[in-house]
Design a protein around this ligand. Structure first.
Ligand SMILES: *Cc1c(COP(=O)(O)O)cnc(C)c1O
Length: 361
């Protein structure tokens, strides 16, 4: 039966986001290093809070997330009234696009930037604009050159996924200062906790009327399965996002576990230190086998191979041993593999397998 049922323009241009693989046919005991998850999982206090929440499952959750926002604000020295919590930072990214970008508007992201920026821009009917990077690092001048009177949002992950590189505070400030008046700079700090001494863009978002910072509990906090993220920005922007946000977007167990997690900064510090140690070790081990990577500031490294064919063969070799990493052809990096920094045993297995692979060629 013929009909005229069509989705909004842009939606059929969305390529489905694929999460990191978790299984290999015929191999048990796999190590999943494809989604930048924390190998140590969440704080014990977060697990306990999650279990306690079972007693309140018949109650609707909080709509204003006041307790979690207060905890986030205390830990980060921010204004709780300017924090918004979402179903992962993905939801915050989606709300920003929905509220600020539509048909005829442009949403800027970097060449090897996070795929969700493009997906949410298209979902809102806006036009995503990809800006070239320089040596797999964001190029602030190129971003500014891509901005015009149609630009509504500029997304920049710092450190970036999947490159692991970042730009300095001075560059971020310059970008924020020179943006067109109608544009918001969104600093995605999904990996900020992995960078000692970096505030994720909090001070800039606190000081400026055109900067929003997004953060997540999915990476260093080890709570990817719960889906909690947050944003911080100008009061006027947060107010707009709250109007669009579903009132019960976060469940009670998610809210309570996240609050306990953010209050356990010792767990965060331990995970940051162990990640830095193994990240350095892994990068050096692969470099010795002739597989270079840029200096990563996150919880993964982007291993570069000679070409796409070699990267694919290396991936197959790893997979056969139950080591699941991420192919990043969809990020314009078909000659690379993104490898999450796992625990020490996993890193040693990856290095050993890549050594075997390169030795056999
Ligand atoms: C993992 C990741 C996120 C986090 O997404 P959640 O929805 O919070 O799980 C956001 N941005 C980037 C760049 C990421 O890599």
């Amino acid at each position: 039966m013929a009909n005229d049922i069509r989705p909004q323009p842009g939606i059929l241009d969305i390529a489905l986001y694929e999460g990191g693989a978790a299984h290999v046919a015929g191999v048990s005991n796999v190590v999943k290093l494809s989604s930048n998850e924390n190998p140590f999982g969440p704080s014990d206090r977060a697990r306990d809070a999650y279990l306690r929440a079972v007693h309140a499952l018949h109650r609707y959750p909080s709509t204003d997330h006041a307790v979690l926002r207060q905890a986030i604000a205390e830990v980060h020295g921010l204004d709780a009234g300017r924090v918004i919590c979402g179903v992962g930072s993905d939801e915050i990214i989606g709300l920003l696009c929905q509220a600020y970008a539509g048909p005829g508007d442009e949403v800027v992201h970097t060449e090897h930037g996070f795929l969700m920026y493009r997906i949410y821009a298209l979902a809102a009917g806006a036009t995503p604009v990809s800006v070239p990077e320089r040596e797999r690092t964001a190029d602030i001048d190129a971003i500014l050159a891509a901005c015009n009177r149609r630009t509504r949002i500029v997304f920049l992950a710092n450190p970036n996924n999947p490159t692991g590189t970042m730009v300095g505070a001075g560059e971020l400030q310059r970008l924020a200062e020179r943006l067109p008046r109608q544009a918001i700079l969104v600093l995605d700090g999904a990996y900020a906790e992995y960078v000692a001494g970096y505030d994720g863009g909090a001070a800039l978002a606190d000081a400026r009327e055109n900067v929003v910072m997004t953060r997540t509990f999915s990476k260093i906090y080890g709570l990817g399965g719960l889906r909690v993220g947050w944003g911080y920005g100008p009061r006027a922007v947060i107010d707009v996002l709250n109007r669009v946000r579903g009132p019960f977007n976060l469940s009670t167990p998610a809210l309570e576990a996240a609050e306990a997690a953010v209050r356990d900064q010792d767990h965060v510090a331990r995970c940051r230190a162990e990640n830095a140690r193994m990240r350095g070790w892994l990068a050096e081990a692969l470099a010795e086998f002739g597989v270079p990577s840029d200096t990563s500031l996150a919880n993964f490294i982007l291993a570069r191979f000679a070409d796409a064919a070699e990267a694919e063969a290396a991936d197959a070799h790893l997979k056969a041993q139950g080591l699941i990493v991420r192919q990043v052809g969809s990020y314009g990096l078909p000659h690379c593999l993104r490898i999450t920094v796992g625990d020490e045993a996993s890193c040693r297995r990856v290095a050993h397998a890549i050594g075997q692979f390169k030795g056999a060629r």
